[in-house]
Design a protein around this ligand. Sequence first.
Ligand code: UDX
Ligand code: UDX
Length: 434
Amino acid sequence: MNVCVVGTGYVGLVTGTCFAEFGNDVICVDVDKKKIDNLNKGILPIYEPGLDVMVARNVKEGRLTFTTDMKSAVQRSLVIFIAVGTPPKEDGSADLQYVEKVAKDIARYQNGFKVVVNKSTVPVGAGQWIKEVIKKNQPEPKHFAVVSNPEFLREGSAIEDFMRPDRVVIGSDSEEAIAIMQDLYSPLYLIETPFVITNLETAELIKYASNAFLATKISFINEIANLCELVGADVHHVAKGMGLDNRIGRKFLHPGPGFGGSCFPKDTRALEKVAEKHGYELKIVKATIEVNEQQRRRMVEKIVKALENPKDKVVGLLGLSFKPNTNDIRESPAISIAKDLMARGAKIRAYDPAAMEEAKHELGEENITYCQDAYDAAKGSDILVLAVEWNQFRSLDMDRIKSVMKQPIMADLKNVYDRSKMEAKGFTYVAVGR
Ligand code: UDX
Ligand code: UDX
């Protein structure tokens, strides 16, 4: 099948590459010429395990190409995915200007029946709106259908999530389009992936409701962690004890500095807005957002308390990305904690295995040193803060760490280490909820 994917960000690039891997002929389009030039040279704009090899293979075998030419891409494709950004506006609602631009382009260049699939996270009702935009901008009426096919890719395991999803959601009021989508996803039928076939609005809401629910699980366990600290309980055992109940499930009950990334913070706010627009207040989603913001502040308070006065103190910071295995720093708790500490006069020594360049853009170079590795970050520091649970931070040589620090204090915001072992080594150990 001829497929076009507009937007070669995380979502678009993974989607396009995986559909090529299924044997389709895929063309990826982006307005960013540099990005496309780089992709044509084999340079990827993102860090995603396994993606580079898969891109290279499919390019070599002629199933995957990159272009800035929207017209030819639209004209040669039956299915067109929209995967451009939908950044939050100041009030938290999703900014649809890029989606609108793509829809207009599709209308302008359309040369036959097209299935227009929205993969970007858009407010409920956007599918119908895309339909209107295309209709309004067609030079002459042409047959097309709009589909909502939300993505559930986690950065760091996006390929696995695409190839072995828990479910595929397809929403449309066109049976023809649904049949084409099922055909496109047919390799997943072989592994018995459940499909949810529904209307546009329902598919759109499934995405938001899923992300908001997962975010709620995280805020919930973070609040329980805070309570654990007050009553002397261990949040990990609480989470385990809860999670073994199949109705609750074990996943997304890891406490820490709160959720970040390009999806949860944005999607919870956008869902709140969607409800508000329809005159309904989503109280639980609101609380999830508030608890998440409070959690970051609590982490800073923990660090400040351990340091007494953060002014001119040196903070070794392990991890800058919003979670392990990615160079993405969007809404990263680590970045926000670093900013807060710097504002209070602390000096940061930071290290991240993948997100150093990205962090430099965000945090600048003043009052912060970008280090070679974890030991370098610990050098001369008054406290070592573990903010992201990268694998390489899980078994650090703590004697060596201690020997290079000014004083042995560790704030383990991801509860990677064992309190009794850390204390036996002479560390003052601060954790979350235990
Ligand atoms: C994005 C959205 O943020 C998310 O809401 C949605 O679920 C999927 O798409 P992501 O792929 O991570 O997620 O976005 P981003 O990395 O910003 O990539 C978007 C790409 O679209 C960029 O490469 C950008 O250059 C491109 N783009 C944007 C276009 O090609 N055309 C446009 O008009 C605007
Ligand atoms: C998420 C969703 O999982 C995916 O389905 C969706 O389509 C896109 O958004 P992603 O943002 O890549 O994926 O990361 P995810 O692994 O879900 O983690 C999000 C944030 O929650 C991270 O900051 C992570 O550290 C945090 N988190 C996750 C916790 O704090 N505790 C947990 O138990 C799980």
